[in-house]
Design a protein around this ligand. Structure first.
Ligand code: BG6
Length: 489
């Protein structure tokens, strides 16, 4: 299969927070990869903007070091890196003052696509938007990219939307949820809407339940103070897991078009039932010995607060109240320091209405599991006859497909979410970005859940690092006669 890289238009991209962690790890290395692939035209420019004093040369050295650290060695070509770095400039800027703005306005060219990436604290969004406007850079051709967290509740998300809307139209605002940039997440739409096979069964009549798991092995060490204000519900469920749920549950959009897709996602979010306390399990990892015998900090130690009640794990039973899904629960779980790093969506289908084989012991439900990471692929379990004599005995076999194997080189070389999303910004395609009303609807569902446990003073349950989460999470499914799929190491 031949890769089709279509170059985007020439652009100027200003990265506010250009010396920050996200810029260093994702944005700049991602841009280099797109440059190397021939997708970023050579006349384009990237302008880092941050408070620190730095020369262009200093910034190029900074970005060169980021590429050396975060780009795979086999993609580091000295000549290409040198060309890429030559497209970089730096402006020392004060987001809340006047320093640097005139210089920036002089650097950003008219007549090319202009994108402004706000990789800064949300409290600065308003200042940046206002100054871009004041310095003539907020014209209809410009677009802004904003990172999560987009608010910490409905009120703050509304305030952020209002601040941005003062100077930019919704069509110019790109709210990033990097899960939507993951190749396999987009594949959820391809699997559902490009195959006739699944859609007729994709409803409460045939689907028993859905499990969405995003398990991580890392803790929150290093970003404990941010995370402690957030917790798994705000950090993962309100955004990433909500997006996965939407893509699985939504109706077919009439077209693969930004508003058509986002309208359908919004309908799912609005159809979510409130979640009662008994359908929520929150957990917090304990400290514990590592495999090498050394100690491992507990969540509270990582967060620097011995009394913290923030959850590093959450499991929820979610109901989508509409015709398609009435009666089919969606079980969501995500957590830090779990047994393995695994993100997966598993659709468990119902039993056939009648078994012509009688009470066959080996019988299992069909499960379609879509692996988002690692080893992206799909697995469908089907029942077949156990080979050999001895009558008609059934056995379960997997139809297992790894995208990397099935697609050869192209499948093995899956681009990082940020690469894809930044190119979409330049192309002006908002399909994989969250619209303002979508974010607000997600908070409107999330807020009462968080307020509920805060009002009750609920404490998260402890779980051991390397486990599958708190014991109570097992009960969430057991009491419905179901069980979680195994999180593999
Ligand atoms: C981020 C969260 O948005 O997503 C992190 O803030 C989390 O806490 C990360 O670790 C997970 O992303 P990925 O791409 O590694 O699954």
């Amino acid at each position: 299969m031949v890769s089709r890289v279509i170059p985007v238009d020439v652009f100027d991209l200003v990265v506010f927070g250009g010396t920050g962690d996200l810029a260093r790890r994702k944005i700049l290395p991602g841009l280099y990869i797109r440059f190397r692939a021939g997708q970023m035209p050579e006349e384009s420019c990237i302008i880092g903007a941050a408070r620190a004093e730095m020369t262009d040369e200093g910034y190029r050295a900074f970005v060169g070091a980021a590429i050396a650290e975060f780009v795979a060695k086999d993609k580091q070509d000295a000549a290409v890196i040198a060309k890429f770095l030559a497209r970089l400039a730096y402006v020392s800027i004060d987001a809340t003052g006047e320093n640097g703005w005139a210089k920036l306005a002089g650097l950003v060219r008219k007549g090319v696509v202009r994108a402004f990436y706000f990789s800064v604290a949300p409290s600065l969004f308003g200042d940046l938007a206002e100054r871009l406007h004041a310095h003539g850079m907020a014209d209809p051709e410009s677009r802004i990219v904003v990172e999560k967290p987009f608010g910490r509740d409905l009120a703050s998300a509304k305030a952020l939307n209002a601040v941005l809307a003062a100077h930019f139209d919704e069509g110019q605002i790109y709210r990033i949820d990097h899960y939507l940039g993951k190749e396999t997440v987009q594949n959820l739409m391809a699997v559902r809407f490009a195959n006739i096979l699944f859609e007729p069964l994709w409803n409460a009549q045939y689907v028993d339940h859905v499990q969405i798991t995003v398990a991580e092995t890392v803790g929150v060490g290093g970003r404990g103070s941010y995370y402690d204000q957030s917790g798994a519900m705000r950090d993962m469920v309100q955004n990433h897991m909500m997006q996965l749920l939407c893509l699985i549950a939504m109706e077919p959009p009439y077209k693969f078009d930004p508003d058509a897709v986002r309208d359908e996602k919004l309908k799912v979010i609005r159809a979510l039932d409130p979640v009662p306390p008994e359908d929520i399990v929150r957990g917090q990892y304990r400290g514990g010995p590592r495999k090498d015998g050394s100690g491992e900090p507990s969540y509270c130690e990582d967060a620097g607060d011995a009394q913290s009640r923030t959850e590093s794990y959450i499991a929820l039973k979610v109901k989508v109240s509409n015709w398609r899904w009435q009666g089919t629960p969606f079980y969501l779980r995500t957590g830090k320091k779990l047994r393995g790093r695994e993100s997966e969506i598993a659709i468990t289908f119902k039993e056939p209405p009648h078994s012509i084989f009688g009470d066959e012991e080996g019988w299992r439900e069909n499960v379609l599991a879509i692996r988002l990471q690692p080893n992206e692929g799909m697995n469908l379990t089907v029942m077949i006859k156990e080979p050999g004599p001895g009558g008609m005995r059934l056995t379960e076999v997997p139809l297992d497909m790894s995208f990397a194997e099935a697609l050869g080189d192209e499948g093995a070389d899956i681009p990082d979410a940020y690469e894809r999303l930044i190119m979409d910004v330049i192309r002006g395609n908002q399909t994989l970005f969250m619209r303002g009303d979508e974010v607000e609807a997600a908070w409107a569902w999330t807020d009462p859940i968080i307020q509920g446990w805060e009002a009750r003073g609920d404490k998260p349950r402890g779980y051991d690092p390397g486990s599958s989460g708190p014991e109570d999470a097992l009960m969430l499914l057991h009491r419905d006669g179901r069980r979680w799929r195994e999180i593999r190491e």
